[in-house]
Design a protein around this ligand. Structure first.
Ligand code: UDP
Length: 323
């Protein structure tokens, strides 16, 4: 199949391109390289364009054929979305509409969308399933939820087939070390812990007084290759299922910040200095997915369930990043 991967130069997008190319698909990447990396585009051609500029996008995509579009382009930092909400709605909602409009004019009828656990807001249950209320608490989560709703309307109006995959905490890296997580600034826990291991600086623990077993926040860490395998299954699912569908993607198993730190110490073979800081605004104590639906309907089975194995792949990358 031929897939257009919008945002294929980013962390999850690049892993997806490698995965899809390895199983025999042809990928074309569209990216504005605002946070993605040219060096991460190794499994298909790169088209540089910005989804917010509709005319420029349509020009850039002239002659491109796709059986489906995977859409990962997004501004995705919660804190930033509070400060510059217009940018988030322009890119994540209006930009996505431009991609959808291009698809409509070209009769491309399958759309795989990167959504997020941020659509849920404050969790009202230990395990978050697809039926959990969606009450996002920041513009980032709201922008993603808006697109989920647009996809329901698009199914109705245009017969668009779609799957929204709500990622929990994406982590880890390619086993061969070709690609990995490279954000500037880096805000995520595992890269920050590994950077601290390399620099000797202290990693900050945002809050150790949460109502959790060790006082630190619990999250559901899902390996980027497991996300890639879920995308491959979702693309197959759309080939034989109409309508707009959503799936939560997590391991279904929570790890606290301190547990992640301990696993990282085991992987790097030494102590990593840490200091407790005040809580980070907007962090719920526990966010863990119930990913039964993805397992049952898509046949997904995450391969990376062991935290030290996950961190081992990330450590290989952070010791020697290619970009
Ligand atoms: N966290 C932390 N120190 C860091 C980065 C993150 O203690 O340097 C905590 C953060 O407060 C949250 C968890 O680690 O409880 C996961 O945060 P991350 O930013 O990786 O992902 P998020 O859950 O915000 O998507």
């Amino acid at each position: 199949m031929k897939y257009l991967i919008c945002g294929g130069a980013g962390y999850i997008g690049a892993h997806l391109c490698k995965w899809l190319a390895r199983v025999g698909h042809e990928v074309t990447v569209l990216d504005n390289l605002s946070t993605g990396h040219r060096a991460a585009v190794r499994w298909g051609r790169l088209i540089e364009a910005d989804i917010v500029d509709r005319a420029g996008l349509f020009r850039a995509l002239e002659g491109v054929h796709a059986d489906a579009v995977v859409h990962l382009c997004a501004r995705s930092l919660v804190g930033e979305s509070m400060a510059v909400p217009y940018d988030y709605y322009a890119n994540n909602v209006a930009g996505t509409l431009n991609v959808l409009e291009w698809m409509r004019t070209r009769n491309v009828d399958k759309f795989l969308f990167s959504s997020t656990a941020a659509v849920f807001g404050h969790p009202q249950a230990e395990l978050i399933d697809e039926g959990h209320p969606t009450l996002p608490i920041n513009p980032y989560g709201r922008s993603k939820l808006m697109v989920e709703r647009i996809l329901q309307d698009a199914a109705q109006a245009h017969g668009l087939r779609s799957v929204a995959l709500r990622y929990f905490n994406a982590c880890g890296a390619d086993e061969q070390g070709d690609i990995g997580e490279s954000h500037e600034p880096e805000t995520h826990l595992i890269p920050n812990v590994l950077r601290a291991a390399l620099s000797g600086e202290r990693v900050r623990i945002f809050g150790d007084d949460y109502p959790t077993p060790d006082g630190t926040c619990v999250r559901d860490y899902v390996h980027v290759n497991d996300l890639a395998s879920a995308h491959e299954l979702a693309l197959k699912f759309m080939a034989c299922n109409e309508g707009a569908h959503v799936f939560n993607l997590g391991n279904g198993c929570g790890f606290s910040v301190k547990q992640v730190l301990a696993a990282a110490e085991e992987v790097v073979g030494r102590a990593i200095a840490a200091e407790a800081m005040p809580r980070r605004p907007g962090d719920p104590p526990v966010l863990v997915a119930a990913s039964r639906k993805a397992r049952e309907v898509l046949g997904w089975s995450p391969a990376y369930t062991d935290m030290t194995r996950i961190i081992d792949t990330a450590w290989r990358w952070h010791r020697n990043p290619a970009y």
